[in-house]
Design a protein around this ligand. Sequence first.
Ligand code: WTA
Length: 636
Amino acid sequence: MTHSIEIKNFDDYLRVYAFSLENNEQFWSEVANTRISWRKTWDQVSQCDYHTGKISWYLGAELNVAENCVDRHIQAGRGNKKALIWVGNEVGEEKIYTYQQVYEEVCRVAHALESLGIKKGDRVGIYLPNIPELAFSMLACARIGAIHSVIFGGFSAHSIQSRMNDCGAKLIITSNGVYRGDKWIDLKSNVDEALTSGCPTIEKVLVVPHRSQPKWELQPLDLNWNEVVKPFTPHIAPSHSSEDPLFILYTSGSTGKPKGVLHTMGGYIVYTSYSHQLVFQPQEKDVYFCTADLGWITGHSYLLYGPLANGVTTVMYEGVPQHPTPSRLWEITDQHSVNIFYTAPTAIRILASLGDAPVVKTSRKSLRTLGTVGEPINPEAWRWYSSVVGEDRCPIVDTWWQTETGGILISPLSGITPTQPGSATLPLPGIEPKIFTEAGKTLEGEGQGALVIARSWPGQMRGVYGDSEKFFDTYLKQYPEHYFTGDGAKRDAANYYWILGRMDDVIKISGHRLGTAEIESACIIHSDVVESAAIGVHDDLTGESLHLFVVLKSNVAKTPEISKGLIQLIRKEVGALATPKKIHFVPGLPKTRSGKIMRRILKKLAVREFNDLGDTSTLAEPGVVELIKQAVMGEN
Ligand code: WTA
């Protein structure tokens, strides 16, 4: 018997939500049937075991993700519909591609990849700016079954090297560089440096000449995109298994180096298509604008795969929100009649701090839905977004999710779920969140604690690339039979969720995810440093900012040169996005008797909240706190 899973109002949501948990397999089977074209249907909907960490969805099914995102819309008569509107860093720069044109571009790149010997299962690193070639490269990989691993342009040569070596990439696609605002970022020299330091698996470097100046220096492995990517000829999309890998995206955790989060084809495209449709409620003629860079999961799921699977017109912007003026995002909105706009709270806070004038001088009458993602949004920023940008007529969807979840798990559905400033509201159908107390008990009703998800969903990560134990150990071990998100959350009397932020050592700066461990390992390379601790400190604009506590060798005095050297080192090892806002030179670090740094205390000391340090009884050397306090007070 079929059961309607269509959601038009809040009652439908409640009904479908209940149905989705009671008849989980039937629900996900209907979602998959309605959203995606399959070459072969599944033998089994899911096989998910939180005791072992083995997760599979749509077993035995076959599909082609790129065909779902492109070809099938042409077959459905939407070939002339705009698929991708690219807006460049400079005002007036744009390129528009219809679905037919995206198809042709993807076919060209797919042929080019094959001509370079890239086969199904091979890993392809992509270090490109937010330009159409990035989208085409990802879709071309998906088409032929190669696994893409996109690296955000803000990461350094060292980060490229460690990611490419971890996944054993055969090819890296890059460009000579990019302007972000007025700043030129020389991507190519980062790739050259990574290769010089050693990326033994990389056979070729495919370079997109994005801006004519400056010219890049040709290296032995370099190939010019314009010579390799030949004129269009059709490319036949092969069938892939639902559980074939689609991409690896590296993300920071609380320990060690970034993990290669693995997503597979069938479940990911079902989930991104479904959640995009449900949360944003796009209509056939809508223009949708997600300001994220494709180098992050938001770009993957909700700039590229989700919207294109849904046949939506998606806007891709190369630049930054304030370039050349703080009106830029609203000017793009007016120019392209954007209906749905999706950005990060940091961008909202920065624009709000610049006043209403740059917003109100634009029309924004096309806007219908506004979204946020990546970090908690404070009610004040939410209200500004709602009243000034959305003129109190656009619902705000505060979407909570993670690289690991593949897509949005908790969020209002636009125009359907009653919203509350600062709350991500309710789970999507099929998603069962729970809150655990510190003592490891599930909490019923109101309360706060660790946010976990009780069962699998199709968009869930399948593993950490190259490490079969890590997925289970990191996400499933702590709360048996539940996926631990790493976030704390509060549930109110109406069952609404309020995300409180990370409970682990992950820092979110402007919505960008960084781990303390990778920053600390960079610091100790400095010959004058004994040890260091990186912490996130509340920041009114960027959500959190990075503070470093550094212990120097006993015979070394702090100097501005050491600070400069440390900043350079972190930029070199991790990337510019990890630049510390403040370095505190201190005589020691507060540690427990087992040697664990008590970051909670450092967070207080960093903001000079000396009287409210909480429980310090577990400190191995309580005296160190007073010494750090003296050092912080002595700073100018
Ligand atoms: C945080 C980004 C509050 C959260 C999609 C999560 C949020 C981490 C929200 C994942 C939100 C994301 N409200 N916090 N709406 N969305 N987060 O992997 O701490 O870059 O665990 O994925 O961002 O970051 P990631």
